[in-house]
Design a protein around this ligand. Sequence first.
Ligand SMILES: C[S@@+](CC[C@H](N)C(=O)[O-])C[C@H]1O[C@@H](n2cnc3c(N)ncnc32)[C@H](O)[C@@H]1O
Length: 224
Amino acid sequence: MFFWLSFFLLAACQQHDDDGGHDGHDHGAHQHANDHMHQTPFDSLVERFNNPERDAWQKPDWVIGLMGDLEGKTVVDIGAGSGYFSFPIAAKGARVLALDINQRFLDYIKQKRDAMSEKPAIETRLVPEDNPKLMPGEADDVIIVNTYHHIGNRPDYFHKVKTGLKPGGALLVIDYKKEELPHGPPLEMKLAPEAVVSELQQAGFTEISVDEESLEYQYVVMAR
Ligand SMILES: C[S@@+](CC[C@H](N)C(=O)[O-])C[C@H]1O[C@@H](n2cnc3c(N)ncnc32)[C@H](O)[C@@H]1O
């Protein structure tokens, strides 16, 4: 059974810093996350992201199902990487905007898309580190998987994400639990879900729920 802990974060006085210094400002840990990832060669990263064994713990169908019926919707995949989520989201009938700071990943997605007989509606977009470059209300939903901890000044960044979301649209943050795990970055680069909630609250999201039970290695934070 899923255990959902819901917060309705309405008062500014509820904002707190309970993650040992995660005050939402950029201390450079996100840069370490990118440096750490790029210690692995590009082809090995793609192999790791696309590893079919990942499906068992990543549960992509369950994750995508959290966004409901996607037919005709526009879903933004921030830090799309090899498109592990972009392709199955597009297969559900959504138009996907695959965002990344790394052109090599976007080229990989484009080549894979163009080699398919029925081309999925995936558009790639190269973005700077500090801005998802969304037009106001462009996205029905936004998903960011294993990438939240790569981003600097997250309250500012996710305020921009909020502007790019249609009213009522969902932001789905999936990232590694702050524990020693067989997957994910070193412990010091991981973020507790409480830090994510606090930062999203600072970004202006008011309805936030946390699920730490459904996925083995990751939590799910849904914000509207
Ligand atoms: C660990 S990978 C996750 C890829 C994919 N979401 C998945 O679950 O397989 C992180 C991705 O985020 C990208 N990235 C890092 N910082 C970013 C930023 N500030 N904005 C957008 N993408 C970023 C990296 O280039 C990389 O493709």
